[in-house]
Design a protein around this ligand. Sequence first.
Ligand code: 5AD
Ligand code: SF4
Length: 454
Amino acid sequence: MKYSGYAYIKTIGCQMNVYDSEKLAAILNSYGYEKTIDMDKADIVVCNTCSIRHKAEEKAFSFLGRFAKIKKKKPHLITVMAGCVAQQEGEKAFARVPHLDIVLGTQAFSRFGPIIDAIKSGKKKIVDIKNSAMIYEALPDTSCFEENKISKFVTIMQGCDNFCTYCVVPHVRGRERSRLPAAIIEEITLLAAAGVKEVTLLGQNVNSYGQKEAQISFPKLLAAVNDIAGIHRIRFATSHPKDLSSDLIYAIRDLDKVCSHLHLPVQSGSNKILKKMNRGYTREKYIDRILKLRKECPDIALSTDIIVGFPSETWGDFKDTMNLLREIEFDSIFAFAYSDRSSAPAARFSDQIDEDEKKERLNNLLGLQEYYTEKKNKEQIGKILDVLVEGKSGKLRDGFDHVQKSMEQMVGRTQSNKIVHFPSKDVIIGDIIKIRIENAYPHSLWGHPLGAQR
Ligand code: 5AD
Ligand code: SF4
């Protein structure tokens, strides 16, 4: 059916949710709902949720809770909980959000349209948390793109079979399954035609792309994407250290569009904790992969994810993680305090760590990493780097002087995923320009476009 009205979509969580939200917006658009960024105008509100940590889950409930009052004044408003919390909670979501109309699980996208029809024709409270063997396929609808139209995410696979003991993903996203290479290539070709310059290929473990379905390997998929005209940069996330093959390392080295940046979550530097997490590698094996990677791609930037305060993590284990940071010198890290997830086995492990203790370890870790992030940023000073221009720079923060702050600034990213601010009026969003790096700050770089007046 075709309706008329506005759709407001709130996205919480990871890059895959950003991609999914665009697909949800496209479905709503095809049903006549135009996307709005004004919540008050909305006739349908979708909260695309994340359950990776307790805090993200609470954010979803508190966002949707706000609509109890609004719905009283606006009874035709349809409220939808989509994504991972929806999948996890099912029916139970209605107990916490009584005014909720639809609970749309992670594998129910293809049924979203008919569910809206059913609600419109008077049906109350619909839950769909059924599994689907296939990932929802739909060609991109450029009118539903989020603000950034230069760099897009493309999900290539969903689910996970690794069952790390802390992680809810295999329980809410299901078993690992990959999209067909032809569908991915078609989607990216259309994105390139719409002006997209950079794609980030997404999956919970991209290294095992296509393995179950006996399709092409991930390095071969990268090579196929590398051949798409108009795409200038390729990124991917997330890689699992246990599956980081030499072929993938060679692909990063040899394919000109594949960026020299790898996000390789280590989670912990302690072998005891890695074992309890069921990560399938040791600290030594992780370091060995990094050495191989750095041998083949000496300039590669590295980022990682770390969990502190996993059950039974001692100060000694934590120090192993701190020392790993010193040994590897990551360009950046994402660090989290361990959060109990009832569907993940670690929730039932003994020796849970006190919340204050987790916080203290997290602060120590972030403090240490700050030094390395700034060090890596400083190493860029004097270099001439290719920067993909993403837009006008927002307010410049920490460290920038008043002259810099008063100039018209643009912002972009290096291949290594570092943010660069630079003064310019003449460049266009989507350009790749050479910038001489003049200064480094804790979270970004500053430089001049070559040839630009100082
Ligand atoms: N608690 C804290 N952090 C977690 N992550 C996944 N599950 C949890 C959890 N239960 C982190 C991991 C993962 C990232 C996406 O989120 O570091 O790589
Ligand atoms: Fe979760 Fe581990 Fe799968 Fe990553 S690899 S999604 S941490 S179970």
